[in-house]
Design a protein. Structure first.
Length: 108
């Protein structure tokens, strides 16, 4: 990950990141592929961080009815069509994170 030393706000929809070296993977690390947290100002001002934890925005064509921090996230398909993804095939998806380190088995 590239180290950003300073951010300059150009206007409401543009920022400039300053670092010591060029960062070729900055577009990827700033895209939806990297799961970057982007929060609407209106939601943040109204609900704050705790409100965002209860009802996160930016879940794409899904809504988030259940979430346990550092454990799992359950997403259900939002009413179609989504503005970018259209109609999703699956009804739900669940992402889980194991609570313990996986056992490493390596040949000697």
């Amino acid at each position: 990950m590239c180290a950003v030393q300073r951010l300059a706000v150009v206007h409401d929809h543009e920022i400039v990141r300053h670092g010591q070296v060029p960062c070729l993977d900055m577009p990827l690390s700033s895209s939806s592929a990297a799961n970057v947290l982007i929060v609407r100002t209106a939601q943040w001002d109204k609900d704050g961080e705790r409100g965002y934890e209860r009802t996160p925005a930016g879940t794409g064509p899904y809504r988030c009815p259940e979430r346990q921090l550092s454990r799992d996230v359950l997403d259900e398909r939002a009413p179609p069509p989504h503005w970018k993804a259209g109609v999703m095939d699956g009804h739900a998806r669940q992402m889980t994170w194991p609570l313990e380190e996986p056992t490493r088995v390596a040949p000697r």
